[in-house]
Design a binder for this molecule. Structure first.
Ligand SMILES: *Cc1c(COP(=O)(O)O)cnc(C)c1O
Length: 229
């Protein structure tokens, strides 16, 4: 099933990127493996997946320990300040930076371990109360803070769009995140990149690609329905 799903997704990624004159190789598919067993991750690795996303630090650490193949690990879920110390040096990218305290703690722990930590700023574009992420209007304040820090490097922006039946309903959300990244780019801050736009999930990744996504995060679309129990 994983193989079939991946083929289908690659196909759709290809079509969506061609629509906007992009190459599928410009888009990173992150296989969101939260709640799925290590055997599923291993299967996906044999099928060519190199990037995996988890939303809880503990589950991420357990899986890192169990997977021998070097892959890129992405933390995509909310990160508590007190968990940062476990994580630093283990991730390719932290997608969920959303507070000043968290930024300061990532800087502090990265200095301790002498590593440069790549992060995305998570933006709650849809202003959903149930969602993490900063507001668009506050973004520049966070960018300025990160611009001045030695051991943290902002690579771009991330958003978790609302769940919608019709993916077209999220097009405006993705466009707003893209527009914000252009805005930040124009201001030419030191140490700040906007090259990554992490947006789009199983139900809306094609629209996200059309609106400029460079990373899409897909769980159920690859591994099937999640069993939370
Ligand atoms: C679970 C999760 C995803 C993947 O969701 P699916 O609908 O299973 O594709 C993407 N991003 C974040 C932040 C998630 O927590």
């Amino acid at each position: 099933m994983i193989q079939k799903n991946l083929e289908q997704i690659k196909n759709n990624m290809n079509k969506a990127s061609q629509k906007v004159n992009k190459n599928i190789n410009d888009i990173t598919l992150i296989a969101v493996s939260k709640t799925y067993p290590v055997s599923d991750i291993e299967k996906a690795i044999t099928l060519g997946c190199k990037d995996f996303g988890e939303n809880r630090v503990q589950e991420l650490m357990e899986k890192i320990d169990q997977i021998d193949t070097p892959v890129n690990w992405h933390l995509i879920g909310h990160l508590q300040t007190n968990k940062v110390k476990y994580l630093i040096g283990k991730t390719k990218l932290i997608h969920s930076v959303d507070s000043i305290k968290l930024i300061q703690e990532i800087q502090r722990q990265s200095i301790k371990k002498d590593v440069l930590t790549d992060v995305l700023l998570e933006v709650n574009v849809g202003k959903e109360v149930s969602k993490h992420g900063i507001l668009i209007e506050d973004a520049i304040e966070y960018v300025k803070l990160m611009s001045g820090l030695s051991h943290i490097r902002m690579k771009g922006l991330m958003t978790v769009a609302p769940y919608v039946e019709n993916p077209e309903h999220n097009r405006q959300i993705f466009r707003q995140l893209y527009d914000l990244s252009v805005d930040i780019q124009k201001q030419k801050f030191n140490n700040i990149s906007t090259s990554v736009l992490s947006m789009g999930m199983s139900n809306d990744y094609e629209v996200a690609i059309e609106e400029g996504a460079t990373m899409i995060r897909i769980g159920t679309g690859i591994f099937g329905d999640r069993n939370y129990t």
